[in-house]
Write a protein that binds this ligand. Structure first.
Ligand code: 5GP
Ligand code: MN
Length: 340
């Protein structure tokens, strides 16, 4: 079955492409602590735009984690996150990827809001959110597994050629946001999009090795230490882990090296909600949430100012750790009890 868009989606895909004109300065951005979907979508879109004669740069609120540096090997000078505010201020068009909320742009949120009064701010996203971005064309579909999936749809709707490099980056987006095509967001459409990318001749094993098999020793040692903190409440269906203070610095790794750690807590039989707690800057505590079955962690996170997807969400709360854990875990027990 071919990937064809109809109705509103087609109109939205064509409307979004209207942002891209050959002499415009297009700047792409994504959420703080960019992940494989945010970065793969950005890099994929940079390559797609190159193919239609449009130059784009990337300006993110926090730096690219080393594990995704491989995406930029053939794109010197494109990642301008080091001077992101300046880049946003001189953009002719901004595209925000993988989020719809200004708040998730961290230190760039003011710059995007201000620049958005003058230039259009497009958005391509798969989160269920009312959205707080400035006005501009939207291509938002919470039923997509990854933002990268939506970018492939936009490319096909506009008949943009999908180069080998674009395909590789977009495949990274799909692989990471679906947990290697294992999570519940892996739909027939996701695999059709992945098939389109594989048909461009990319090497799935090489991509797997780039993303998952280049771990620094510190990532594995950090995993060992975090798993020591595991607490399980079988009667509630609750399990959580806590990153010891200063552990990232001690092992010389970054927050992206915690990616997937919460999955170990979720993997225990009978667990319906798994959490990972860690200290972040300014005395705040970040909570990563994962669920099994019907439990909706995006809905759980919402009253705390967080959000995400039904089975993978997050939020950050004012510390200290003990107080946040007590508040969040008590709410989690109630949420799970109500959901039986
Ligand atoms: P992770 O736990 O891997 O950082 O995030 C899982 C998902 O939760 C992400 O895809 C993202 O959509 C969402 N998420 C994580 N942290 C936050 C947050 O602070 N606020 C909101 N609204 N969503 C978040
Ligand atoms: Mn995503």
């Amino acid at each position: 079955m071919a990937i064809t868009l109809t109705g509103e989606k087609l109109t939205a895909a064509v409307g979004l492409a209207g942002l891209f004109t050959p002499r415009s300065r297009v700047v792409l951005t994504t959420h703080v602590n960019p992940d494989g979907d945010g970065l793969g979508s950005e890099v994929g879109l940079v390559h797609l735009l190159k193919g239609i004669g449009v130059t784009a740069t990337i300006a993110n609120p926090t730096p690219t984690p080393p594990r995704f540096g491989f995406l930029f090997r053939d794109l010197p000078g494109v990642d301008r996150s080091g001077e992101a505010v300046k880049e946003i201020r001189r953009a002719d068009a901004i595209v925000v990827l993988d989020i719809s909320d200004l708040g998730r742009l961290g230190m760039l949120s003011d710059a995007v809001r201000e620049r958005g009064a003058t230039v259009p701010v497009g958005c391509i996203d798969h989160h269920a959110s009312p959205g707080t971005l400035p006005v501009g064309p939207r291509y938002v579909d919470p039923s997509a597994a990854a933002t990268g999936e939506l970018i492939v749809e936009i490319a096909m709707a506009n008949e943009w050629p999908i180069s080998h490099q674009a395909a590789r980056a977009l495949y990274v987006a799909l692989v990471t946001d679906t947990g290697g095509f294992r999570f519940s967001n892996t739909h027939p459409r996701t695999l059709r999009v992945a098939a389109e990318l594989l048909e461009r001749g990319i090497d799935p094993e090489a991509i797997y090795l780039d993303v998952y098999a280049g771990a620094p020793e510190g990532r594995v040692r950090l995993l060992a230490e975090v798993l020591q903190t595991l607490v399980v409440e079988p009667e509630a269906g609750l399990a959580w882990v806590t990153v010891p203070p200063g552990a990232l610095e001690r092992f010389g790794v970054g927050s992206d090296d915690l990616d997937g750690v919460v999955e170990h807590a979720r993997s225990i039989a009978g667990i319906r909600m798994a959490l990972l707690f860690r200290d972040i800057a300014q005395g705040r505590i970040k909570v990563s949430l994962r669920s099994v079955g019907e439990v909706d962690v995006a809905a759980f996170a919402q009253p705390f100012g967080g959000g995400g997807h039904a089975k993978a969400a997050g939020m950050s709360l004012e510390g200290p750790m003990a107080a946040v854990q007590s508040t969040v875990l008590e709410a989690a027990r109630r949420h799970l009890a109500a959901d039986r």
